[in-house]
Design a protein around this ligand. Structure first.
Ligand code: THU
Length: 160
């Protein structure tokens, strides 16, 4: 028997202005994408903006459905679009912002487990880390220098 300790390093910024200009701009695109979320059931709006190595920025938001499980999160809406349109591009950074219509979210909202798994696939495929930045509508921003930090013990192709 042995004990395994898994550690993750995250950086917490007190506000968006503490981040470099390119990240502020990417997060602003996530804010903008959040405005177009279709979330009549949860009323929880999420926007994601992905910066590719070819300079393109892909945005997405959550798309809900009366048949609840048929909906899709913002991150996967964006990343699958990126993968389908730019299969050879690498994903450099992802900015995510989430907020509900009933209150202003000031705490960082991390991507859900399914989205972490989806992002992990691309990080493994491209063999380069994807920087993830996430926040509520305002307030603290968390940076993870790679998706792997957010999903230890990832299920990947090596086990297939
Ligand atoms: N949602 C996202 O878009 N991303 C996440 O990482 C977590 C949850 C969406 C799904 C659903 O439309 C709403 O937020 C409430 O769960």
């Amino acid at each position: 028997m042995k004990e395994v300790i898994i550690e993750s390093k995250l950086i917490v910024y007190e506000n968006l202005e503490q981040l470099p200009e390119d990240i502020i701009m990417l997060m602003e695109k996530a804010f903008k994408a959040r405005e177009n979320a279709y979330a009549p059931y949860s009323k929880f709006h999420v926007g994601a903006a992905i910066l590719l190595d070819n300079g393109e920025v892909i945005t997405g938001n959550n798309q809900e459905n009366a048949s609840y499980p048929s909906g899709l999160c913002a991150e996967r809406t964006a990343i699958y679009y990126a993968g389908s349109q730019y299969p050879d591009a690498k994903i450099n950074k992802i900015a995510i912002s989430a907020g509900s219509t009933s209150k202003i979210n000031t705490e960082p909202i991390p991507p859900c487990g399914a989205c972490r798994q989806a992002i992990a696939e691309y990080e493994i495929k491209q063999k380069e880390s994807i920087e993830i930045y996430f926040m509520g509508e305002k307030g603290n921003v968390i940076k993870s220098h790679s998706l792997a930090n957010l999903l230890p013990l990832v299920f990947d192709k090596t086990v297939l």
